[in-house]
Design a binder for this molecule. Structure first.
Ligand SMILES: [Zn+2]
Length: 82
């Protein structure tokens, strides 16, 4: 599966596959601007969610990063080609 797509919002980084540690739910993330897309969504600015908003909603908190870091919540999906 090619994920060699440049983030359409910031155009500064690649959109990469990540997953939530809690339930393994996958999504695509740009670590430069924190834009994310769910599987099946078109990777376009108009479809983008913000990681902070999604994590806050999942955790039921307003500020998700006050007492945790990204690595507590999400991780890169291992590349099966490696
Ligand atoms: Zn971006």
């Amino acid at each position: 599966m090619p994920f060699d797509q440049v983030c359409p919002r910031c155009e500064q980084d690649w959109v990469r596959p990540y997953r939530f540690k809690s339930d393994g739910a996958r999504f695509l993330l740009c670590t430069e601007c924190d834009s994310m897309w769910w599987p099946g969504e078109t990777v376009a600015i108009r479809c983008a969610s913000f990681l902070d908003d999604v994590v806050a909603a999942r955790l039921g908190v307003a500020e998700p990063w006050t007492d945790r870091v990204w690595a507590d919540v999400l991780e890169p999906v291992p590349d099966p080609a490696r």
